[in-house]
Design a protein around this ligand. Structure first.
Ligand code: FMN
Length: 434
């Protein structure tokens, strides 16, 4: 981050503030979760404090375990949800998550470009290779990470060519001459590759005033390389500052190797916030949220990610590097597995402490449990250390905590000169360039 640049901040529309026990609070409004009004309220709050974007993660399967408790009763299609938000907002970017493992690229090119038109240039695409869901798409098993990333690279290439296949400049609307479009500017892409055969052109012009920002999540070496080759930002899981600094440095080097500017890929870690008037209140909020977290489930997560079976271990026994076997051949996410292994090697935590860490309990996100002052201080520190270029807020614990993130933390960052006070443009790409 250069000295003149301010942070880029997004707000997750995944209701992380309803996770754990939080949805059971009387004011959780859990019943509203499938209505557009629910998300519109958050998007309007986020736009009022001039955030770069709202963001909706996505999966393409239903986890029966999630249904028993918590708010995991399915999810709206992110691109359709964001189209509903587009109509009622004017500036904020709309970052949709679409998997390259399961969809065909022609459909995705059209959906995202449709969102870009409907929002006047505010669409973004979070490119994921997905973690689960093969059973819903006729696949016998999840493709390996190598296969998924190879497909993702070709998929993204096809989508970008489709976006160029029908430029906006081809639209003439010349009533006098009776010419609607200039077909000479519209071209097939004739793509024949390892995974896809796509003739094109796309049946929708591109919105040339605003290129669609590309975001990638997944930080294994191939994930990083993929991000470095095409992404404008990476949604990162970085539980500590050193992990973020290492990722940011590495992406700069990889970006340059791909002939891009060192700062081409912005590092945006997820930031989980549990806020209280006092640190004690914040700790209570965190504890109450996770009171129902089952030990067995956390131990199963550790086993699945590292092969370490801690079921018979006492709480006060330290877990060390010597306890780890070689990395497992197959893990759902190498990013998350590697972060957990890293924590064990670096800190040798006791079992009880390990079970409370974001690497085990959540998505390995950067976490602040404290006051608004603490959050502002921590964000300022990471910014000063050039550990990130911004963040995606994933507040936890309660609706109130989500509101405080938007209504209190963000204005404080603006006052401190770390974040914009107003928009300088109207498109998502404008915000990322600011
Ligand atoms: C921070 C983060 C967020 C992710 N969000 C999603 C998501 O919303 N939907 C999805 O299908 N996969 C998601 N993924 C999975 C990645 O797209 C990728 O499939 C996975 O991390 C495996 O790649 P890796 O080996 O590089 O880690 C996410 C991964 C990370 C690290």
């Amino acid at each position: 981050m250069s000295n003149t640049k301010t942070l880029h901040i997004g707000m997750s529309l995944a209701p992380t503030w309803l996770s754990g026990e939080a949805w059971r609070r009387p004011d959780s409004n859990i019943e509203g979760l499938l209505s557009s009004d629910y998300y519109l309220d958050i998007a309007k709050r986020a736009e009022a404090v001039k955030l770069d974007f709202v963001f909706r993660p996505d999966t393409l399967f239903l986890h029966p375990k999630m249904l028993e408790s918590g708010p995991g009763f399915g999810s709206l299609d992110p691109t359709i949800l964001l189209a509903a938000i587009a109509r009622e907002t004017s500036h904020i970017g709309l970052l949709s998550t679409v998997s390259t493992t399961f969809y065909p690229p022609y459909v995705v090119a059209r959906q995202i470009q449709s969102l870009n038109w409907l929002s006047n240039g505010r669409a973004g695409w979070n490119i994921v290779t997905a973690l689960d869901g093969h059973e819903n798409f006729g696949l016998p098993e999840m493709p390996t990470p190598e296969e998924r990333y190879a497909r993702a690279a070709e998929f993204t290439d096809v989508v970008r060519h489709l976006w160029q296949s029908f430029p906006e400049a081809a639209i003439r609307c010349d009533r006098a001459a009776g010419i609607g479009t200039d077909p000479s500017l519209i071209r097939a892409i004739d793509h024949e590759g390892g995974c896809f055969s796509v003739k094109g052109p796309l049946n929708l012009p591109s919105f040339d005033k605003a290129p669609v920002p590309l975001v990638q999540a997944g930080a294994s070496p191939i994930g990083r390389d993929f991000a470095a080759s095409i992404a404008d930002a990476i949604f990162a899981a970085t539980p500590d500052k050193e992990a973020a600094i290492e990722l940011r440095k590495d992406l700069r080097t990889r970006g340059e190797a791909h002939g891009r500017a060192a700062d081409a890929v912005k590092v945006l870690p997820g930031l989980s916030l549990y806020l209280g008037n006092t640190r004690g209140q914040a700790r209570d909020l965190f504890a109450a949220t996770h009171a129902g977290a089952e030990r067995a489930r956390k131990l199963a997560t550790i086993l699945e990610m590292t092969g370490l079976d801690l079921r018979d271990w006492p709480d006060d026994r330290s877990v060390t590097a010597a306890d780890l076997s070689a990395p497992l051949e197959y893990v759902r996410s190498r990013t998350h597995s590697e972060l957990l292994r890293r924590l064990i090697v670096r800190e040798e935590p006791k079992v009880a402490d390990l079970l409370m860490r974001p690497e085990v309990m959540g998505s390995s996100h950067w976490q602040v449990i404290g006051t608004v002052d603490d959050a502002v201080a921590e964000i300022s520190d990471w910014a000063a250390s050039r550990a990130m270029d911004g963040f995606i807020a994933v507040p936890g614990g309660s609706v109130e905590c989500m509101h405080r993130t938007l209504d209190e933390v963000i204005p404080r960052l603006s006052e401190a000169g770390l974040f914009r006070k107003d928009y300088c443009g109207t498109t998502f790409a404008d915000h990322l360039a600011q």
